[in-house]
Structure formats: C-alpha cells, structure tokens
Design a binder for this molecule. Structure first.
Ligand code: IVH
Length: 698
C-alpha cells in the first residue's frame, strides 16, 4: 500500500459519500462503504503521517473548549428585509427599479430596455422616470429560492480545502464552529475541482430535515427541541462533534462571500450552479422568472403548495435580482440588500383551547386521537382539528381536555399539538374507548406498538370507507369524480361495501342522493369506466397491501412484470426485489395467501380493470445501465435534468470515467468535457440531448 493508494481510497470514499449525501444517488451499498472506511481507518493508524484533511475520518474531531473562537467576516453576512404580502413584494422590486433609474445608468438601461422604450421614455421627459421604472421592473430577472428555516453558516475554502465554518454572529463577527460543520456530510472537506479558487466563502443554511427532527425528538436520551431550526442550531453549537454526528444535518448554499478565483460570474444563479459542480447540494425548487406582479403571486402559490411536501421546513421565499451587475449597483442598507427580499409565510404557531378529543378509525382499523379545538387562524388557515398521533403522545404532552395548548402548522398539512401552555380549570382525562366509535367492535392494543385497533375488520364501516377512499385516490386508481364525501355516503347507505362495488354502481345509486343529479351521476360513472385502464404498479398500490406504497409497488411491478408471477412468488423471491425487506415480503405473501383477497383481485379484474403488462418494463427505463455526467451551463436546472435522466433509468454521476456512457455538455463546459474527449466518451450538447429525450418519450 502506497501513499498514492491511500489518496485514491480517500477520493473513492469522498466520491461515494457525495453521491449519497449530495446527489441522493448512492453508488454502492452501505456495507461496501463501511468496509472501505474501516480499511482507511486501519491505514491511517499504520501511517499517521499520511492523513489528509479531506479524509472522511477527519469529519469527527476532538471536543472543543466551551468558548468558540471569534471569526471576523471579510464580507458582511447580511440578513433580509421581510415582505408579508404580494403588495409588499411588488413594492420592494418597484423600489429597486426606481433606484436603478435614479442612478441614471443609461448604458445598463439601454441593455435592459428595448430601443423604442428608451426613445419613448426620453420623449416623455417629465414622466420619464415613472415610465422607465415600470418598464424596467418587468425586465428584472428574479431568482426565487425557498427560504430554508435553519441556521446561517459561512464556509471558507482556501485552494479548495475547507478552512473553517463560522456562524453569522452579528453579521460582522461570527463564531468558529468548524468542529460540528465538518460532521455534515453534504459539506465537502475539499472542493471537487481541479482548479480551486484561492479563496471561496460559501454561504448557506444548515438545517435538519423534518424526519430527522421527529426521530430525534422521539429518542429518549435527547431533550426535546421545539422545532428543526432550534435542533439544528443546538447541534451546530455542540462542543462534542460525536454528538453532532449522531444528528445528521444538511447544508444548502445560497450565496457567496469572499472570492478570488478564475471563474467569472454574471448571475447569482450561475454561482449556485457552480456550487453544485464543486460538490454542494442544490435546491431543486429554485426558480427563475421576470418580475411581474402575477409572476410573484404564481411563484408564491407554487411554493405554498410545495411546502408541506418538502423534506425541510421553510418559512418563506427569498426573491433575488439574478443579475450581479444590478445587485452591485443597488448595494444594501444597513443590514440587508436592496436587491433581495424575503416573502414570509404567515405565522405558524398559535395557542387555543382543547375542546374535546375524538377517535378516528383509519383504513387498517387503527384509532387515532384527533383534537377538537377552539377555531384559530394559523399558517394562513382556520384550524379546528389537530392530530395527536397516539396515546403515548397525549401522555408525553400531559394533555387533558380543557387545557390551553400551543398548536403548530408546519411540515404537515394537519396541524399538531406541540405543548400545554396552561392547564384548564376543569381538566378531563383523555381515554381510549374500549369499543370502536363506528362499529362498536372491541378495541385492542396492537402488540408491541403504541397503536390501538378496532377488531371489526370488514364489518367496520369506517375501515371500508377509508379503504375505498384510498383505492380511488390520486396515487391509486385516480377516480377523481368519486370524492371522499360521496364515498362516505355510499358506504353509510350500504351501497359500497368493498372496492369492487365501485364498478357495480348504477346511475340511480348516485342520482337519488341529495345534491347529485343524473348528469353528475353519469359523469361519475364515466370517470370510473375511464379509470379501469391502469398500470400494473398503480393497481398494486391501490390494493393497499401494508407497507406497499407507490414506490414499493413500482419495484414489485418491475421485477415480476405480471400479477400471476407476483401472486405465486415465495418470500425468498420477494426479498430479491429492490427495497423489499422481509416485513414487506411477508405482507405481500400474507395478502395473496388470503382467499378473500384473491377473490377480490379476481373480481376487480372481472369488473374490467386492466393494464398492458409488457409496457411496464419496456418503456420505463430506456436508459437503464447508462451513466451520465452533466457539465457546463444548462438551460434547465440540473436537478430537473438529473431527475429526468434517472426517471429514464440512467445513473447520473459527477465524475467522468471510462464507465461514463454520455457526457451532457452545456455551454462553457470545461475539464469534464475534455476528460470525455480524452476517454472517447460520447458527448451530447443540449440540443442533441433534448432531441433524444423527445424521441424517447414518444
Ligand atoms: S440570502 C444577502 N437565501 O434567511 C442575502 N437567505 O432572513 C443573504 N435564508 O440570514 C441571505 N434561505 O440565514 C438567503 N435561500 C436563501 C435563504 C436565506 C434561508 C436565511 C439566511 C439569512 C436569513 C435572512
């Protein structure tokens, strides 16, 4: 083993780690990574002088003293002005446009405004500024980024090596938190570039994902944090990096501090793409558009819809003028730039009173306590219900009916009760009913779990209704016209008793119901008919086998290709399917071992549910087994292109090797294009790429 081999091992591990933590596209199994990591540890023990700073073993260092070193920021870390409405957002950028006009930078204006507009503006003279301002406003290139609700950090790299990570502090002087920053796997210890800039400060947000936060708060040995932001801040300020390593954080860059390097930038978005190239995570939800009031509104609505589905908490949107030249002209006032604003979401936390607790019966019979609240306006909507998860949660919160409570509307669409603010005058205990509120069957605790379940099975109307709602839902059979309310009514009336009954519905069954005319009924039946032709994987999802969601169903469909093969597959074969473990395999087997389930599946097929079996595999992955590398400036966000390629079965890697199938080279592609040429790897430009994609999707 030579030093060179050692360096190669470090590079290999860093490459795998980047694929896993930054690109979300693992290249090897965890076990393979772990084995190589152990090999590295052994080598470093034998040759301590070999250790390089970018070695993954260097992520966890020693405990630091209780005083963090002060670090002055070469370039101030700014914060942002807030806008709480569309009007305020619009006004902010109108002001920016007016400022630019006031600067009377005609040269720049001429670049941005059409010649005729300038002429017209000059003719109008007195109204020139007003006219030019409104014209210029719509020429402002806006870059929109989710406002990540975490902790601001500045990372300093010198010649490609991470020197320190510092907090924002008061904007001018921060604190050295390098020891915990290094444990964040999506922060490269060494930049992935052959020509590293002499100095580069990467600024961005460190955050904890919602799922890590929930797990952390459930683990007994950690004190509860109020929200992911506090948890991230607490973790960063840990003295012991080992503790930080156990609470995985992530980092997404949003700007640049000090910089001296060869690459030149004219747009903020180019800087972010560059960060992606050199090893950082990019945010797939960034978005570019021209400033108009409608565009701001549409973008806000886009993010508001996305918000609940994002893995991390966001508390608004940051709008920035993308043109760096304009940014420089506008400058900043005191602590915030005149070229960027944060459009904040409405408040998320409120206090209210717990009026009562109901128990809802779900698709699998599990009873979930639901808080009935004194209605309160939070996160932009009036809330009168909140989930309480399970009885343990109620105990943990020490919650009683009548208490004044805090509710939080954040990651989930359904708000959560977070704590008791003040005990009620009359406190009534919350107890799990002994009998199902819907069918009166007995309620039993599920073994080894915190959940309770109604024992009524298919005689329980609630379970039947939930089961049918799930079957008809968007990600399943997608019978849009058959809404949840209608399903409930049809179940209550005994018209729908199982999913097959959907296909037995007659016009009368529906038209006789209140508020449903014949016309509507016809529409609904047509929608049912139209939904019969589906995909194998969709049908599998709709069957509602425990643990088999959309992606599990896709994997099963891809592997088995036909229902008959899946029905008869044994456990050994089932666990061969990617991402299918023994629990899921058992559930699938149990499902198809049940005569009633088999009968149900047969009845559904007899009712006319069909799919094209061959299509599943053929069309799905035309680029399977190919490895692509993206380089240069591309006209759509990289993540979008990456997703598209992955959807077609290709792997997307960040480095070119003999194994690379295609290099997609955008404008100003540099070293990677050269490597591809040297290795004789196929190179496509963006036009050729788009043609290929189009031909594949025909
Ligand atoms: S830009 C000069 N972009 O929000 C502009 N900030 O309220 C500096 N934040 O301190 C900030 N996501 O910690 C920017 N996409 C984003 C952001 C973002 C979150 C935080 C950041 C900043 C605070 C200002």
């Amino acid at each position: 083993m030579t030093f060179k081999n050692y360096q190669q091992l470090v590079a290999q591990l860093n490459c795998w780690s980047h694929a896993y933590h930054v690109l979300d596209a693992p290249l090897v199994l965890d076990s393979e990574y772990d084995a190589a990591f152990r090999e590295l540890q052994t080598l470093e023990k034998q040759h301590p002088t070999w250790i390089v700073s970018e070695s993954p073993t260097q992520r966890v260092g020693d405990i630091v003293s209780s005083v963090f070193r002060k670090i002055p920021h070469e370039i101030k870390m700014l914060s942002l002005e807030n806008a709480f409405s569309l009007e305020e957002t619009n006004a902010f950028f109108l002001r920016a446009a007016k400022n630019l006009v006031d600067l009377e930078d005609f040269e720049k204006l001429e670049n941005l405004l059409a010649e005729t507009a300038i002429k017209k503006a000059q003719e109008l003279k007195s109204e020139f500024k007003e006219f030019a301002t409104s014209e210029l406003f719509e020429k402002l290139p806006i870059f929109s980024e989710p406002k990540l609700d975490g902790f601001a950090i500045s990372l300093r790299y010198e010649n490609g090596i991470l020197i320190y990570g510092a907090t924002r502090g008061d904007g001018e002087i921060g604190e050295d938190v390098t020891h915990t920053i290094k444990t964040i796997q999506s922060i490269p210890l060494k930049l992935q570039t052959d020509i590293p800039p002499e100095v580069l400060e990467v600024r961005g947000e460190v955050f904890m994902t919602k799922s890590v936060f929930e797990q952390l708060n459930q683990s007994a040995n950690v004190r509860s944090f109020v929200n992911p932001r506090n948890a991230a801040a607490g973790t960063i300020r840990q003295l012991n990096p080992k503790a930080a390593m156990e609470r995985p954080l992530q980092f997404i860059p949003y700007g640049m501090g000090a910089y001296s390097g060869e690459r030149e930038f004219t747009r903020h978005s180019e800087i972010l793409s560059y960060f992606g190239e050199i090893g950082f995570k990019s945010n797939p939800n960034n978005h570019a558009f021209w400033a108009t009031k409608t565009a701001f509104e549409q973008d806000y609505q886009r993010m508001e819809k996305l918000r609940d589905f994002l893995p991390m908490e966001i508390d608004g949107i940051v709008y920035k003028i993308d043109d760096l030249n304009l940014q420089e002209k506008l400058g900043f006032i005191s602590r915030s730039p005149k070229w960027a604003v944060a459009r904040k979401f409405p408040a998320q936390v409120m206090t209210t009173t717990l009026l009562d607790v109901d128990f809802q019966v779900g698709r699998t019979g599990v009873l979930t306590p639901v808080a009935r609240l004194e209605p309160v306006f939070v996160g932009g909507v009036t809330v009168s219900n909140a989930t309480l998860h399970n009885m343990d949660e109620i105990e943990r919160l020490n919650l009683c009916i009548g208490d004044k409570i805090e509710i939080h509307r954040a990651g989930d669409v359904i708000p959560k009760v977070t704590k008791v603010v003040a005990e009620g005058e009359t406190r009534q205990n919350i107890v799990m009913p002994s009998h199902c509120p819907v069918c009166s069957s007995s309620v039993q605790r599920i073994e080894n779990q915190t959940a309770y379940r109604c024992s009524g099975g298919l005689i329980c109307a609630a379970q039947i209704a939930e089961r049918i709602k799930y079957y008809a839902s968007r990600n399943c059979m997608n019978i849009r016209q058959l809404g949840t309310k209608l399903i409930e009514v049809l179940c209550e009336q005994g018209i729908l008793n199982n999913v097959v009954d959907i296909y037995r519905l007659q016009i009368d069954d529906i038209s006789k119901l209140e508020g449903q005319g014949e016309k509507n009924a016809t529409k609904i039946l047509a929608a049912i008919e139209g939904s019969k032709h589906t995909k194998f994987s969709t049908f599998l999802t709709a069957l509602g086998i425990p643990e088999v969601g959309e992606s599990g169903a896709k994997n099963l469909a891809r592997y088995f290709e036909s229902l008959e093969k899946l029905r008869t597959a044994d456990i050994e074969t089932l666990v061969q399917v990617p991402d299918v473990g023994s629990i899921t395999a058992n559930n699938v087997r149990t499902f198809f071992d049940d005569t009633a389930n088999n009968q149900l599946v047969d009845d559904l097929l007899a009712a006319g549910v069909t799919w094209d079996e061959n299509k599943i595999v053929e069309n799905l992955q035309p680029l399977a087994e190919q490895t692509w590398v993206l380089t240069g400036t591309l006209s759509s966000p990289r993540n979008e292109i990456k997703e598209k390629l992955e959807g077609l079965g290709a792997k997307v890697s960040s480095s070119v090797s003999a194994k690379t199938t295609v290099v997609l080279a955008g404008e100003a592609a540099g070293s990677k294009r050269k490597q591809a040429e040297d290795l004789g790897v196929k190179i496509l430009d963006e036009t050729q790429f788009l043609e290929l994609i189009e031909s594949l999707s025909k």
